[in-house]
Design a protein around this ligand. Structure first.
Ligand code: 13P
Ligand code: SF4
Length: 304
């Protein structure tokens, strides 16, 4: 659309003027992904935030992602175009919850999914994302871990790393948790022969139907490299735009209704324009919290 092209050009011009890099998560609206310098999963975006030379990071995603960028890049201005874009799963464990939980399991290390607040990360031994959770748990070399906040990711990791007892916090992603096995079975029936890729935030009975359990960028790499032409994509609908770019000519289907993360959709191209122009709303993390959270995030980034 001409209007969007003009707006996209305006955003790119402002980004150049501000010395800003625009990072976008794979679930963002198509027009927001298209204006970004880098589109990726949580792990890839953290890596970009840590590596960039830009003085400003415009983070098109949800709050914990921008906060993680600020933890890794404290000298940079990090702006979240829609300040109210949160993650309900991240809100399912508070620092007080984690302190009380840890007290019940003295000496047991805590692995926290990056979908969590900086304060929760600061109480954590090591973070993980959907791309590296089994490796992170394995790297600890212990027989028991506390895993927060996602019970579904925890259950999947438990299956991947059976030698470690995973004690799970009972949080979940509302967008992924409401996908049922019946919805996925129906998609498989409608598209026989399609490869099924599912995100590990889905319920165990959904993951049982998947051929591949992958992070969002893992799905992009898999679809581009696979000889299959059809895929059932069991994750948030924004990924389809990224998939169509990564694997042109292939066909992507979703369970019905298509899963939507309302928070990811709050960021519009207009809001990206305004945030890049005004450098607000900026994300801040108190320095003592940031330093402790950084140790857990850096430990993860070093593992891979
Ligand atoms: P990825 O790190 O796989 O992109 O997932 C982030 C997320 O919020 C999934 O709901
Ligand atoms: Fe959070 Fe789920 Fe949205 Fe990901 S899809 S940001 S886990 S609510």
């Amino acid at each position: 659309m001409a209007h969007d092209e003009g707006l996209a050009a305006e955003v790119r011009g402002l980004a150049a003027a501000r010395g800003a890099v625009i990072l976008a998560h794979n679930y963002q609206r198509a027009e927001v992904q298209d204006v970004a310098d880098f589109v990726g999963d949580s792990l890839g975006l953290s890596r970009e935030a840590a590596a960039t030379d830009a003085g400003v990071i415009v983070f098109a995603g949800v709050h914990f992602m921008a906060e993680t960028a600020k933890i890794l890049a404290p000298d940079k201005t990090v702006v979240l175009p829609e300040g109210h874009a949160g993650c309900p799963m991240a809100d399912m464990i508070t620092p007080a919850d984690l302190i009380a939980w840890k007290a019940r399991y003295p000496g047991v290390p805590v692995v926290t999914y990056v979908n969590s607040s900086a304060q929760v990360k600061a109480l954590t031994d090591v973070c993980c994302t959907s791309a590296n959770a089994p490796q992170v748990v394995r790297s600890l070399g212990v027989s028991r871990v506390l895993f927060a906040p996602d019970r579904n990711l925890a259950a999947w990791v438990a299956g991947q790393v059976p030698q470690v007892e995973i004690i799970a916090w009972q949080g979940f992603c509302p967008t992924h948790d409401r996908i049922t096995a019946a919805m996925v079975a129906d998609a498989i029936e409608r598209h026989p022969g399609a490869e099924v890729m599912a995100h590990p935030e889905c319920r165990p009975e959904v993951l049982e139907l998947a051929d591949f359990v992958l992070s969002t960028s893992g799905m992009l790499r898999h679809a581009a490299g696979s000889s299959a032409s059809d895929f059932i994509v069991v994750t948030e609908c924004g990924l389809l735009h990224a998939l169509e770019k990564a694997a042109p000519g292939k066909h992507f289907h979703q369970p019905s209704p298509a899963p939507v993360c309302p928070n990811m959709k709050l960021t519009t191209l207009e809001k990206v324009r305004d945030a890049t122009r005004d450098l607000t709303p900026a994300v801040e993390v108190p320095e003592d919290v940031r330093r402790r959270a950084l140790a857990a995030v850096e430990r993860m980034v070093a593992i891979g």
